[in-house]
Ligand binder design. Sequence first.
Ligand code: IMP
Length: 178
Amino acid sequence: MSKLITLKDKQFKPYILECDILEAVKKMANVINVELKNDLPLFLVVLNGAFMFASDLLKEITIPCEVSFIKVASYDGVGSSGTVNELIGLNENLKGRTVVIVEDIIDTGLTINRIAEILYLKEVKQIKVATALLKPDTYKKDLKINYVAHKIKNEFVVGYGLDYLGYGRNLKEVYILA
Ligand code: IMP
């Protein structure tokens, strides 16, 4: 756990090991398999960041389910200050469905709350939120985050789907600014 990596102009150090991520994701899947076994959930994966987490999570889901992918479009740019205005790729009829939003990281919660607002307008039955990472010190919204693999401190991280200026998404561990 000592190998520094460089992405563009910044150095990062290992923060969460692959085995610890996978263990937490498996535990999460086990809980979902019990809690949603009669709900025929639709897992809605938020691209790009959640692709790796979604892959690991869904391999451990054993109940009947559907999987689909969305991208969030924002007029103000992406990142924590962005305003989500549109969900691209949402083709399913969501009326009466149980939707599990699959996210990479929840920081201020602005993104996830806006996604939830849009989904409720489509008359979903219930929304559950599953995230690989949560920054509890920054998240102050009311929407319940049901499933969290790892709670982390309020610092910038990369890897496991998350990027710094487009780089680092392919790393299988989570790294933090060195
Ligand atoms: P929120 O709307 O503030 O919750 O931010 C959510 C989005 O910001 C995530 O989906 C990421 O794209 C990005 N983000 C927030 N924190 C980080 C981080 O530490 N590293 C990389 N991306 C982040």
